[in-house]
Structure formats: C-alpha cells, structure tokens
Design a protein around this ligand. Structure first.
Ligand SMILES: *Cc1c(COP(=O)(O)O)cnc(C)c1O
Length: 428
C-alpha cells in the first residue's frame, strides 16, 4: 500500500503538534512506520488520505460499536447543530440521555456528564474521597483510567507502550496516595488494605481489562473485591469507559452480576463525540456540587451535539435486543478463525475475549495480569501489525490494546480478516 499523503501530512503535523499527534498511541511509535491519516469512514471501513481502505478493528478506540458514521447518530448531530452548538445553560436532551442511561445500567440513580473518560475517572475518585473522607486509592497495574495524575502509576497501554509507566510531572505527594495491586490477585488487594487500615477511599478497576490487551476477570475476582469493599467501607469504582454499553446494556455490572458503587463511562456513551460520565446511587451523587461539597464542573459538559450523538447511540443499543449477542457471536467467530490460522503456522499465541473485546497476545501462557501480558513477543506483534495493515486490516498499533468489534462488520469482513491472519501467520 502507498502512504504518500499520510507521510506528508505527518511531516507537516510534526512541526506544530508534539509527535504529530494529539494522543500518543496514534503515533505508531511501538510498531514503527508512519501513522495513517484518516480521511473518512463508513460502517466497518475506514479510508485513509491515500485512498486505501481498511477493515477497522479500532473503531475510534471503542466508541463506534455500531460502525462508523452510523446514520441515526450523524442525523441527530446535524439536526442539533442547526439549533446552536453550545449554550452553557441546561438543555432538555441532557435529562433524556440521563434517564435512558439510568434505566439501562444497574444500581445507579444519577449520572453526571463530562467531556472524556479521563474526566469521568478523575471526578469519580474525587467523589469517592469526598464521600468516604479518606485519601488513598487502590488501582491495578496495567489498568488505564485516563491521564489524570493519580492514575499515571503503571497505567497500561499508552503509558507502557512509551516506556513511562510512571510519568514525570506526577508529584511524589500524588503518587503516594495511589496504591498498586495485581489484577486478578485478590491477595495483593487484601495486603494493601491490611497495611492501610481506614485510609482507603476506593478501589478502581477495569472490570474487564482492555488496556493491557483484553484480560477478563477471574470468576470470583469481582465478587471478592465487592466483599472486601463492603467489609472495609471502601467504594468500588468500575471504570466502564471501555466496557460500558459494549458488553451488555448494563455493562460489566450486568454481565458479572456485581454492583459497583460508582461507574465511569466514556467512548460508546458519546457515540464518537467527546463524552464521559460517572454515575452512582443518589446518596453518593448528591455529594456533588451544587447539592454537596465535592466540586466538579465543565463549560462544555452536557454539550448538545455530544448529548445528541450519545442519545442516538444509546437509544439504538437499548432498542436492539440482540445487538450484544450478535457482537459476541461475531467476536467468537473471529476468535476461532484467528486461532486456527495462527495454529496452522505454529505461531505461539493466547487469545482473550469477552463480548466484543478481543486480543491476540503473542504469549505462550495464559494472560491474566500486566506481568503475563508484558511477556508477549513484541517483535512478533510488530510484524503481525504491519502484515495486517498491508492486507487492509487496521488493528491498534500496540500489543497492549484490545480489538473492538463493531456490529457493522459482516461475516464476509470477518472471513477476509481471518484469511489475512492466515497469510500473515505464514510469514511470522
Ligand atoms: C479510554 C479509557 C479511559 C480514558 O478515556 P479518555 O476519553 O481517553 O480520556 C479511561 N478508562 C478506560 C478503561 C479507558 O479505556
């Protein structure tokens, strides 16, 4: 494939944007080569500036669960834009999407909208600290909760890809309040709680990890966390920025039948516009300003275009009874096909999958936490990535990322993808 225009655009971008990108994982640093500049997208396909077409497994890193430029979302945004793009006053549509989200997700009474997943997680932790009057938080190595200071401690995909699990600029003071546990290891959590009795405000995690490749929770992990939180008056925060409105209507809470105290959203909830949200029972949410003492605000929060996109997206997901099953079936089909293709050429791999999240780890053993994910063979991943790209299949340019399946993918697209995997596997 030719990337002439992408290369030229990247050169121009590098002069005026650090690294040529506005979010590091887009830069292809982990895999080498020049990032591809997107021009347009529709359904399962994205088209670059050189006119190449790709079957897309990034889907804007998750939001496009129904495919690109999904008509009801596009139409809703266009119609809204004509009425004005921002007011700084409350609008009816904010209540409409809030009502719908609250009806779809278990165990939440109220929700507040922000502009990104980062903001959602940052605000959720502040709320948990304000509510419990405690300072420390527990997070898991390899889980990503956005780029706010408290989370940039062993923060998974982006941060790990760039070799800076702990970012300069995060103060010692902030870092000392973030305690680090091992994913799927309840003992590591217990030890931290015992060593910090009465000091832990919350435990935050991705209920299905997606930022160290896809890693499902072990059968009792979430239940055990719930029990520990109850026993020690700690709030359990599910960061469902990736899993929310993707794994089920009610996200991982519904899928695993475990209630979180605060739930964070992003990605799908905005239908491709910049939206995040956090939600909880009323007694917790009422701690937020203007009702309560915990401050949180945003000039563009609840923006009408963003709410229109999100509402159209959630409305579709809520009314289609089979969408999550269909997504899971497509992902299972892909899983089987990829396994067979890789096995045919004895490529060492482990595939993890939950619902419409899947990743191929080029690792021999089961991948259950950051350590086992990091053991994957990065040279193989690089070769695989470029091989797939050359076949017109766009997967994330990092071994620590999940593939996001969209409902726009046809079985023909999946078969083409599996054929590409087979072709590339022969070269690995
Ligand atoms: C993407 C992501 C975030 C951050 O969301 P942004 O909108 O990029 O700020 C937080 N948590 C998880 C689990 C994510 O996947």
């Amino acid at each position: 494939m030719l990337y002439k225009r992408s290369s030229a655009l990247f050169k121009a971008a590098e002069h005026v944007i650090p690294g040529g990108v506005n979010s590091p994982v887009r830069a292809f640093k982990a895999v080498g080569g020049t990032p591809i500049f997107a021009k347009s997208a529709k359904g399962a396909y994205v088209y670059d500036e050189d006119g190449n077409r790709y079957i897309d497994y990034i889907n804007s890193w998750g939001p496009m669960v129904l495919g690109h430029a999904f008509d009801p979302v596009v139409d809703a945004v266009i119609a809204k834009a004509k009425q004005g793009t921002s007011f700084g006053m409350p609008t009816e549509i904010e209540t409409k999407i809030a009502e719908l989200a609250v009806s779809m997700v278990p165990n939440i009474d109220k929700i507040r909208f922000v502009n990104s997943g980062t903001e959602a997680c940052m605000s959720a932790v502040r709320l948990a600290r304000g509510y419990t009057k405690k300072d420390k938080i527990i997070k898991f190595a390899g889980c990503y909760h956005g780029h706010s200071d408290a989370f940039l401690i062993q923060a998974g995909s982006g941060a790990v890809t760039f070799g800076s699990p702990n970012s300069p600029g995060v103060t010692q003071g902030t870092a000392k309040d973030t305690l680090l546990a091992r994913y799927n290891d309840i003992d590591s959590v217990n030890e931290l709680i015992e060593a910090n009795v009465g000091e832990i405000a919350c435990i935050i995690l991705e209920p299905v990890a997606g930022n160290m490749g896809c890693i499902p929770p072990k059968p009792d992990f979430l239940i055990d966390l719930r029990r520990l939180c109850d026993a020690h008056s700690i709030l359990l925060i599910f960061d469902e920025v990736m899993t929310g409105f993707r794994l089920a209507k009610g996200g991982a809470q519904e899928l695993y039948r475990v209630n979180a105290d605060i739930v964070c959203f992003g990605k799908v909830i905005g239908g491709g516009l910049p939206v995040g949200a956090f939600a909880a029972r009323a007694e917790i949410m009422n701690f937020l300003a203007p009702l309560g003492p915990v401050y949180q605000a945003g000039t563009l929060s609840g923006n009408p275009l963003a709410m229109a996109a999100g509402l159209a997206m959630l409305t579709e997901l809520n009314s289609d009874e089979n969408v999550f099953m269909r997504l899971a079936e497509k992902t299972e089909f892909l899983h089987k096909g990829c396994s067979e293709a890789l096995n045919k050429y004895d490529v060492v791999h482990t595939i993890n999958r939950v619902g419409s999240m899947i990743s191929i780890h080029f690792a021999k053993n089961e991948v259950i936490d950051f350590e086992s994910s990091a053991k994957g063979d990065n040279a193989t991943f690089k070769a695989f990535f470029h091989g797939m790209l050359n076949e017109g299949i766009y997967i994330a340019p990092s071994a620590f990322e999940t593939w996001f399946i969209s409902d726009a993918l046809s079985y023909k697209d999946l078969e083409d993808t599996i054929s590409a995997v087979e072709k590339v596997a022969a070269t690995l």
